[in-house]
Design a protein. Structure first.
Length: 145
């Protein structure tokens, strides 16, 4: 199984009522990790892109709570693009996967639940360094995640 196969859409609980919808997310139940940090992206200019990095250990659940945007996932061997446009779906992103966010609709809001607090040393911000790290990660004898 590739690292991209470990990244998947998770259906979140959607409670519908005449007054509107409610979606709840619980750590270690709806999200397969404890939540160390929550942040969100908003007021993004049209055509703007975000991301452009990978994490060594951190896992994320990314939810488009309003609007829509594309997430490009790359494990160093394959790239996939997923469109997030439902507030009751989250994209699970595992470690050592490069991510780019683009094509934000007007008013889009991206909510991110992260498994750890912010640690700069967990980031890989250079794509060539990511490719080298991903290749080393795939070598025999390297402990699996």
């Amino acid at each position: 199984m590739s690292r991209l196969d470990e990244c998947r859409i998770i259906q979140l609980h959607k409670h519908s009522a005449r007054q509107g919808n409610l979606t709840s997310i619980e750590a270690d139940k709806d999200v397969p990790f404890g939540i160390g940090r929550v942040y969100y992206l908003y007021d993004l200019p049209g055509g703007e892109s975000r991301g452009g990095h990978a994490h060594r250990e951190l896992q994320q659940l990314m939810v488009c709570v309003m609007g829509a945007f594309d997430v490009i996932l790359d494990d160093g061997k394959e790239r996939r693009t997923l469109r997030l446009d439902r507030a009751y779906q989250g994209l699970l992103i595992r470690p050592m996967v490069w991510r780019e966010l683009e094509n934000f609709s007007s008013g889009a809001i991206c909510l991110v639940l992260a498994s750890e607090v912010y640690l700069e040393q967990d980031y890989i911000r250079d794509y060539q360094a990511f490719l080298a790290a991903a290749s080393a990660h795939d070598t025999p004898g390297h402990p699996p995640r």
